[in-house]
Design a protein around this ligand. Structure first.
Ligand code: PEP
Length: 255
């Protein structure tokens, strides 16, 4: 638990990596290496095709298997899409929403996220909502303006009593996959700001809300960033492809 009683969450985002044939071995290895005692919640966010294999391999453990996107409607004429109900049906328990790579390459909008986040909650999925500023926005002193817009818009339709059930991942775009990690104090400041935005709706929810840092987290830099008071865990991309690295980062989140 963090000093404020929030259970840390460390989630590995495989992005478009991983095959069905290698998923079981990855999950088994991760489970061997993890201290699966519930102190730190651990998740793997895998491509759609690997979800069933990950769910099967994680059965009987606390490891949470999450998707990397979903559609906001349960069913309908949306060719190529997957709904929250479909994910929940196969045992998936979480979903990454609004990752900057989807915003950049797949036209993900804050408007759609405003429907996706409550839809995920309704289906019983843990939504991991990604927000973060670009390098240009940071340099122009626009970080808070960007975060305010993204957080308020995406959480607009979430009922106040369910706000604390959302996980927000603060991922400065310039830190994703670049090896450039935000300075721990800067990340903490941005994450405190995100918590305060939720606090504008409910102080109680803000106290329980988990905010993760994402952006080039590796075993070597995890402890310093995870020690910050507003950092409740990490969303880990590249380093999560090695189960040993993800397990080491999860260990760094125990405190
Ligand atoms: C991510 O994919 O969310 C991420 C933070 O990637 P990386 O750890 O590789 O920067």
């Amino acid at each position: 638990m963090t000093p404020d009683g929030r259970r840390p969450l460390v989630a590995g985002n495989w992005k478009m990596h991983g095959r069905v044939g290698t998923t079981s071995a990855y999950v088994q290895r991760l489970l061997e290496l993890l201290d699966d005692d519930g102190t730190v919640e651990t998740a793997v966010c895998v491509p759609f095709t690997a979800l069933a294999a990950a769910v099967e391999a994680a059965r009987g453990s606390r490891l949470l298997v999450a998707a990397q996107n979903m559609h906001q409607e349960d069913d309908g004429a949306y060719t190529g899409e997957i709904s929250s109900a479909m994910l929940a049906e196969i045992g998936v328990r979480g979903v990454v929403l609004g990752h900057s790579e989807r915003r950049l390459h797949a036209g993900e909008t804050d408007r759609a996220l405003a429907d996706k986040v409550p839809a995920a909650l309704t289906a019983g999925l843990l939504p991991i909502l990604c927000v973060g500023e670009s390098e240009e926005e940071r340099d122009a002193g626009e970080t808070q303006r960007r975060l305010r817009y993204q957080v308020q818009e995406a959480l607009e339709k979430v009922p106040t009593e369910r706000l604390a059930g959302v996980v927000v991942a603060y991922e400065p775009i310039w830190a994703i996959g670049t090896g450039q990690v935000a300075a721990p104090e800067d990340a903490d400041e941005a994450m405190a700001f995100i918590r305060a935005l939720v606090g504008d709706r409910s102080k109680e929810a803000a106290g329980r809300l988990r905010v993760l840092y994402g952006g080039s987290v590796k075993p070597e830099n995890a402890a310093e960033i995870l020690a910050q008071p507003n950092v409740d865990g990490a969303l880990v991309g590249g380093a999560s492809l090695d189960p040993a690295s993800l397990a080491e980062i999860a260990r760094a989140a125990r405190r």
